[in-house]
Design a protein around this ligand. Structure first.
Ligand code: BGC
Length: 494
């Protein structure tokens, strides 16, 4: 006998129906991989594509023997971090860091206010941790700073790049087209700090470098990926597979070292399939897009990353309120001016908490509803219905995340090489897996994220040519604080 009332059963049935709209079937993931492979080639051939495939001019990944002290700053989607990194040369490092949330009003104001705020945080940090450097400052004695800037930039040199567009809710029109290193250096100089911005790095490139420095294997990491506020990946590509590079580097006059035969490419996969040929779409996704600062852009990111999952959930909850959610006779009440009625007010961490709630009465979910979402006295049926939505949204995000990972391993030949090495190995010899470094709140804290992602990798094995056995060949490791350490590693090269 069910312990739920008839009305609760009806509510749950409705929640399951909404949850089913988020199901991402194997064929849908496989279609995604095929389309990703197509857009990858297009982006490597022609400049100006939505999935931009940006050449970074980084032509080598570290091997763990690098040494020195460097400064790094990281403007992500939510926080600004300043750190100094002491690389010890044995795959280890010490990191000192300070983190500040970026004030919301600076995300949509003007560039001067944002960059002078950033420069001030650098000043506080070096006053606190590197005061001797300031005292000893001479025209030749300055700290080298790597700038991790987690937005799409047309990189023309290691320390020069023009902002292409904002993402993740930022909208500061006067900065678009400007060199973001120069914007930061100007404000640093205005404060008289002995600091030079020597490298501009996307967070994914930093993650790739950091993972490659620290990863267990002897060979380098193939891909660095962020699944956090936003999502994106950077990987090691053969120069011969980047037809647009010759023209682009001639136009910008950028020289680079060809000897390794490879270059790190910042894919900007958040913009994968903006045309919506293969990505799943629901009324809740459409409502989110319509309400965003960049409708029609970052369509993959809007289905995968942390900034958006909470808002998809909010839209689905609102839809479920027409079908009995929070309508029990037990005096459930909703704050009509509260988070459920305010766009962008549900944090992804809420989804992680609900997903991880295995208490029999859904106590954690009820608490969260009460404390963060303005719903008091929700019933167990309400909480179960909400968990059903969360499950659908979170699992879809993880399964979609398998698309760029599979496509990158296939397109670069990394998986072919792995298979060859395996065939050539003597019995008992271990073959090194394809290494992938990841960072970001979603991959780190969303329960089951890697498991669902791996399930999707297995699902596509029979559906995508050359993918049989792929999942087993992939090693995924967290590159904690990757963007800071990675920026330091690139500053070192600079
Ligand atoms: C940005 C990328 C960044 C990613 C992860 C996206 O919105 O376009 O440049 O790497 O977020 O932070």
């Amino acid at each position: 006998m069910s312990i739920l009332s008839d009305s609760e059963e009806a509510l749950l049935a409705r929640a399951r129906a909404i949850g089913a709209e988020f199901v991402c079937e194997p064929e849908s993931v496989a279609k995604g991989v095929r389309e990703y492979l197509r857009l990858m080639d297009k982006g490597l051939s022609e400049p100006g594509q939505a999935m931009t495939m940006i050449p970074t001019y980084v032509t080598a990944v570290p091997n763990g023997t690098e040494k020195g002290v460097y400064l790094a700053v990281d403007l992500g989607g939510t926080n600004f971090r300043v750190c100094s990194i002491d690389l010890h040369g044995d795959s280890k490092f010490t990191l000192t860091q300070a983190k500040t949330p970026i004030p919301k009003e600076l995300m949509t104001g003007n560039s001067k206010d944002l960059f002078s705020f950033l420069a001030k945080q650098v000043a506080y940090f070096i006053e606190k941790h590197h005061s001797q450097t300031i005292d000893a400052a001479t025209p030749t004695n300055f700290l080298k700073l790597g700038f991790t800037f987690s937005f799409p930039v047309d990189q023309v040199a290691l320390n020069k790049g023009h902002l292409l567009r904002w993402t993740k809710g930022f909208d500061i029109p006067d900065a678009v087209g400007k060199d973001v290193c120069e914007l930061l250096q100007k404000e640093i100089d205005a404060l008289g700090l002995p600091v030079r911005v020597v490298a501009l790095v996307n967070d994914t490139v930093g993650t790739l470098m950091a993972r490659s420095y620290a990863s267990p294997g002897k060979s380098g990491t193939l891909l660095g990926a962020i699944f956090g506020t936003g999502t994106n990946g950077a990987y090691v590509e053969k120069l011969s597979r980047i037809p647009k590079l010759k023209k682009m580097s001639e136009e910008s006059g950028t020289k680079f070292d060809h000897s390794s035969g490879v270059m790190v490419i910042n894919t900007e996969w958040g913009a994968f399939d903006n045309a919506m040929k293969v990505l799943p779409d629901t009324p809740y996704d459409r409502a989110l897009d319509k309400n965003s600062v960049n409708p029609g852009m970052q369509m993959f990111e809007k289905r995968v990353s942390g900034m958006f999952l909470g808002e998809i959930l909010r839209n689905a909850i609102v839809a479920l309120m027409d079908h009995g959610l929070f309508k029990s006779a037990h005096g459930t009440s909703i704050d009509e001016n509260g988070p459920l009625f305010t766009a962008w007010s549900i944090d992804t961490s809420a989804l992680s908490t609900i997903q991880a709630d295995y208490t029999s009465e859904y106590t954690l979910t009820k608490q969260l509803l009460e404390q963060q979402l303005g719903v008091s006295a929700a019933t167990t049926g309400d909480a179960m219905a909400i968990k059903t939505l969360v499950y659908g949204i979170g699992k879809r995000s993880a399964r979609l995340s398998a698309i760029p990972i599979a496509a990158t391993a296939l397109a670069t030949g990394a998986y072919e090489n792995y298979k060859k090495a395996k065939a050539d190995a003597v019995p008992g010899q271990e073959v090194e897996k394809i290494d992938i470094g990841v960072d970001g709140s979603v991959v780190e804290y969303y329960p089951g994220f890697e498991r669902y992602l791996r399930e999707a990798l297995r699902d596509i094995q029979p559906l995508v040519p050359g993918a049989a056995g792929l999942e087993d060949a992939i090693r995924i490791g967290i590159a904690k604080d990757g963007s800071g350490v990675g920026a330091a590693l690139i500053a070192l090269v600079a």
